[in-house]
Design a protein around this ligand. Structure first.
Ligand code: AGP
Length: 629
């Protein structure tokens, strides 16, 4: 995710923009920039961009911004193109300067079409392509106008210039695929900002001195509580006097309805959620869509789209064995990844805890590829494992969530997750993003190795996740009811076994209550001695070929008066009849079940921790990134 801010009014704009960016920094912070509309219309836009956090931008631009009162700004979380100054926003093309949050899925196609016309691009971003598209459509209309009236764009009346820009924008929206929010300005049209909300959030704020637009409330709430959330698909035109929404299909304009937001600034950071963790749990459908966006093939059998397609193909056609190494939640994602790679791509996979791996003198034969999985990209144990593999001459890859992090930089190949910054210490959205990257990678490797790959089930993932999250309150209430249990056992088979481990970790981390994850088949080898009415067992049972065995394990618990919470398909009446409480889930493909079944586990833990009044976002003794051994 990236953050965008814009303002047009009577106040000096630069500090407003930079302050706004600093409130959006949680959305992305690998580079930042702004463009100011000059007071003297004959001068150029004042554009400043720099790598690093927003504070770097503030430091580097003390020399500008004393007079301007209109501008746009951006803080980046790289999706296309490495984090550097060239790829930082805003992007200036002709008379148009633009900032963007989201993904233009057909940017490569548009880029090559422009390049065939001799257009040169300066960055690797999809954003620059979008700016070029708007500019070239504007130029086309200007050319028509010139043929009709003999006038250049800058000689036209303001009204006519606005119409041309809006026409060019509507045309561009029809030509792009993807989900995005953009803001832009056009030289020769002082006093106007233009924007579109098409699948990425945007909110406008009304102040006594001008109009403020941003990705979300963070950047507005200090200036105004009078806001309007830009509807999906709408064009927004802002001036110092106010706003218009324009329907791109009909071109009809309407005036936004404003509402008063009664949130404290602190609450705004959580966008109304009580904790970052709860917000991040609810972000997961969008995160999965973002992480898959631009990667899924159009047709089954087509290649997935990665950043380094040729080298990717050579790597995986020659790979003989995979190691997946990580810590904590990322390690459980690696365990699920093993099922994907072995079942689809028929590659042998070893999964190892990073803190163990390098101390057991691992034997890495030729043809081995080692992957590390890490949300932060800075975990000391995981980084050390990566460095050992690099020293041993093994090709490495990372599934990591922070662009520019050490692990990302030091791995040979990168398959990034796109979860945006994860603030809650307990990992949630990064985990599901890791699973979806591993599943997509395994599908593509299967294709490369001549096996069947069918990415179709991925498409409905965000929808199914939304359906489950709609029942969040009931899962949180169930979690609170576990407060009187002495310990909670999580059990599952197959890919549900790592889920059981993850569910236990979530509960321990944030509620400080004891929990344990176990392979369901292991119960009779010891843990069943724990079972009595004060022990609750959460049984993970999607309707796969392992379910009958899981149900017989469940009977073993029942016969010893254990309290059973089942999580299985809604329609599975006989599973439900064996449980004291039951969470019904949608029918799904075995591989996607982990992405769905983890959602109630996260919310059960959250509900118990909230009931116990724990510090959910910053649990005691823990750190978001363990950068020491
Ligand atoms: C997960 O909820 C914990 N915060 C912890 O186990 C975490 O997954 C582990 O420290 C690995 O962190 P990383 O993904 O940033 O490498």
């Amino acid at each position: 995710m990236c953050g965008i801010v814009g303002y047009v009014g009577r106040e000096k704009v630069k500090d407003l923009l930079v302050d706004g960016l600093s409130r959006l920094e949680y959305r992305g912070y690998d580079s930042a920039g702004f463009a100011l509309y000059p007071k003297d219309d004959t001068a150029n836009f004042v554009v400043r961009r720099c790598v690093g956090v927003v504070a770097e931008l503030r430091k580097a631009t003390q020399d500008v911004g004393q007079t301007e009162t209109q501008g746009i700004a951006h803080t980046r979380w790289a999706t296309h193109g490495v984090p550097n100054e060239v790829n930082a926003h805003p992007h200036l093309t002709g008379l148009t300067v633009l900032v963007h949050n989201g993904i233009i899925e057909n940017h490569a196609h548009l880029r090559s079409a422009f390049q065939e016309q001799g257009v040169a691009f300066h960055s690797q971003t999809d954003t620059e392509v979008f700016a070029r598209l708007i500019e070239s459509n504007r130029e086309w209309h200007v050319q028509k106008e010139k043929e009709a009236s003999g006038k250049d764009f800058l000689d036209l009346p303001t009204e006519r210039k606005r119409d041309i820009v809006l026409e060019a924008l509507r045309q561009s929206m029809r030509q792009v695929d993807g989900h995005y929010a953009i803001l832009f300005m056009v030289k020769g049209l002082p006093g106007y900002l233009f924007g579109v909300q098409s699948g990425a959030p945007m909110v406008v704020g009304r102040t006594p001195h001008g109009s403020l637009i941003a990705s979300d409330l963070h950047a507005l709430i200090r200036h105004t509580r009078e806001v309007s959330f830009v509807p999906h698909g709408a064009i927004v035109e802002a001036s110092a006097e106010g706003y218009r929404y324009i329907d791109p299909a009909s071109g009809k304009a309407s005036t936004p309805k404003f509402e008063t937001i009664n949130w404290s600034a602190q609450e705004v950071e959580k966008e109304g959620y009580e904790h970052f963790m709860l917000k991040e749990i609810h972000q997961q459908p969008l995160v999965v869509a973002d992480t898959l966006s631009g990667r899924l093939p159009q047709e089954a059998g087509d290649p997935f789209i990665w950043d380094h397609p040729k080298a990717h193909e050579v790597l995986w056609k020659n790979c003989k064995k995979v190691y997946l190494v990580a810590c904590g939640t990322a390690y459980y994602a690696a365990m699920v990844g093993k099922y994907f790679l072995e079942r689809w791509a028929r590659i042998p996979v070893e999964v190892d805890l990073a803190s163990e791996f390098r101390y057991r003198s691992p034997i890495l034969e030729p043809g081995t590829v080692l992957g590390v999985i890490s949300q932060s990209g800075e975990t000391a144990d995981t980084l050390a494992a990566l460095r050992l593999a690099n020293e041993m001459g093994v090709t490495t890859f990372s599934v990591c969530n922070v662009p520019g992090s050490t692990i990302m930089r030091e791995s040979s190949f990168q398959y990034p997750t796109k979860a945006g910054p994860e603030i809650g210490v307990a990992s949630t959205k990064a985990f599901t993003a890791q699973l979806v990257v591993l599943a997509a990678l395994a599908q593509d490797i299967a294709r490369l190795r001549g096996f069947k790959a069918d990415p179709a089930p991925f498409a409905r993932l965000p929808h199914d996740m939304e359906q489950i999250l709609a029942r969040a309150q009931s899962y949180m209430d169930l979690g609170a009811r576990l407060a009187d249990k002495k310990t909670i056992l999580f059990v599952g088979r197959g890919a549900m076994y790592p889920l059981a481990l993850e569910g236990a970790l979530k509960l321990k981390e944030i509620s400080y209550r004891h929990a344990e994850g176990y392979a369901a088949g292991e119960l009779k080898h010891g843990p069943i001695a724990l079972v009595d009415e004060r022990l609750a067992t959460i049984v993970l049972g999607p309707s796969d070929d392992l379910l009958p065995k899981t149900l017989s394990n469940l009977e073993e618990i029942r016969s010893r008066k254990g309290y059973i919470i089942g999580i299985g398909e809604e329609s599975n009446k006989n599973f439900k009849a064996l449980c004291d409480e039951y969470i019904g889930m949608p029918a799904t493909d075995w591989a996607l079940a982990p992405l769905l079944y983890v959602l109630p586990l996260q919310l059960i833990s959250y509900g118990l921790a909230k009931h116990l009044e724990c510090d959910i976002d910053k649990p005691r003794n823990l750190a978001k990134s363990v950068t020491v051994e």
